[in-house]
Design a protein around this ligand. Structure first.
Ligand code: HEM
Length: 424
């Protein structure tokens, strides 16, 4: 196979051919891992999105990828992701001091006090949802949890939303993260959704600045509306809206991990039993294993900032580079039996910011690691408690399988549950 040819000129294993974007779409989460296996190498060259690209995976690769002297983010993300998932001029595309300053704005709302407020809001939303579900014939968990998370996100972020707008807003925020890797109408759904929500949040930001709307201090809406950049200016309305959406959208996306949490609770009853003691440490281990085991974010992208050599491989300025997140979380050099679901592996885990990277790696403040990782973990722990301990329900026959190709992957049935009863 031409894929296995090794180019002697640059020593890096190389996938021959004009462009492999189609293989990436066909192989999804497995694209980089498949080639890391067949080349027996944690690095290879290819062509993606019409450009030269380098793919890397594993702990050492994550270390180099998060070295901000070596990689930059400006203009790295494909346009289709910018138009749907990220938005323009957001924190994801900043480098250096500008990035550091903007990231501090995000991290300023991630304090223990604010996380506690978020936990309370999430519990409250689950309580109301269980009341509602007790009256329903069947519950499509993925869709219901999206709404729980949309309400939670808006309340926590200080974004007022009318009751009759919740469903529409939920759909729009979901379209933003479901659409980047799709083509045709599904992709345009994401673009239109982004335009609509950016406009609405933009108007809200102007009202905050005009004193007509007063969100509580420390909420994202308040902090971001009044944030000043390094020159002392407020962010323009569009950029502020993009950043507020950078809080709302991914909180709704936690619905994906919560769906996989429900799947794990169902598929691994012996692990579920261990949760019954209410031991916080075990809940944390379970949540960590869900984030490691199930597919969500396949890879992250950056551009080589200036020429450098790593492990005798030459990286040329401007080269698109993909870091394999899914494959690193399933790397047999890092994890024993990586394809087994085993929360216990986290009991003695020493922790490394480069080996367990479902939401990116490295440092939160200095690099691009996900600003919402603590939020995700806390929300998942509350949700796990409801799914494992606080309600009884049946999981009727359905297709619970999930694709390793569609990004993001969601169990085909979206997890249907029946006869929901609150546990007393
Ligand atoms: C739902 C589960 C989530 C997953 C799988 C996830 C994953 C990621 C990944 C892979 C990155 C990029 C890391 C990189 O570029 O190196 C990222 C960045 C980011 N995430 Fe998350 N995330 C999640 C939830 C959240 C939540 C709940 C929030 C906010 C409350 C959030 C806010 C952000 C922000 C602001 C960035 C950009 C950080 C930067 O560029 O410096 N994410 N996330």
């Amino acid at each position: 196979m031409e894929m296995n040819e090794v180019s002697n000129t640059n020593q890096m294993p190389r996938e021959e051919g004009i462009d492999h974007s189609l293989s990436l779409m066909r192989e999804g989460y497995m694209y980089i891992m498949n080639r890391r296996h067949s080349f027996n190498s944690n690095i290879f060259k290819t062509r993606l999105f019409g450009k030269k690209a380098i793919c890397i995976g594993g702990k050492e690769a994550a270390e180099v990828f998060y070295d901000t002297e070596k990689f930059k983010r400006k203009d790295a993300a494909p346009n289709r992701a910018v138009q749907t998932l990220f938005g323009k001029n957001g924190v994801q595309a900043l480098d250096g001091q500008n990035h550091k300053h903007r990231k501090e704005m995000f991290m300023s709302i991630m304090s223990p006090d604010e996380l506690e407020k978020l936990t309370d809001i999430t519990k409250n939303q689950w309580e109301m949802a269980v009341d509602k579900w007790e009256q329903m014939d069947k519950v499509v968990l993925y869709e219901e949890v999206q709404e729980i998370m949309c309400r939670t996100a808006c309340q926590w972020a200080g974004v007022p939303v009318q009751e009759d707008e919740v469903k529409k807003l939920t759909k729009d925020l979901v379209a933003m993260f479901e659409s980047p890797a799709t083509v045709g109408p599904a992709h345009w759904l994401g673009r239109n959704a982004r335009n609509r929500v950016e406009k609405w949040i933009g108007e809200l930001i102007n009202e905050v600045r005009d004193g007509k709307v007063n969100p509580p201090e420390n909420t994202a809406l308040h902090r971001f509306a009044w944030h000043r950049d390094l020159e002392g200016n407020h962010l323009d309305t569009e950029t502020t809206a993009v950043e507020v959406i950078n809080i709302l959208r991914p909180i709704v996306a936690i619905a994906i991990f919560i769906n996989f949490t429900a799947l794990a609770v169902h598929h691994y009853p012996e692990e579920r039993e261990k949760l019954e003691t209410g031991d916080e440490k075990y809940a944390q281990m379970f949540v960590q294993e869900v984030r490691r085991f199930y597919p969500f974010f396949p890879f992250v992208v950056a551009l080589v900032k200036k020429d450098f050599t790593w492990n005798s491989y030459k990286f040329e300025e401007g080269t698109l580079t993909l870091l394999d997140l899914y494959g690193t979380n399933h790397d047999p050099e890092i994890w024993d039996n990586p394809d087994e679901f085993s929360p216990d592996r986290f009991a003695e885990w020493e922790g490394s910011p480069f080996s367990f990277i479902p939401q990116g790696g490295g440092d939160y403040f200095m690099g691009h690691r996900c600003a919402g990782e603590w939020v995700t973990i806390e929300v998942m722990k509350v949700s796990l408690d409801y799914l494992a301990n606080r309600m009884n329900y049946e999981v009727p026959d359905q297709d619970l399988s999930f694709s390793m190709v569609s990004i993001p992957s969601i169990p085909h049935s979206k997890v249907v549950i029946k006869n929901v009863k609150r546990r007393i």
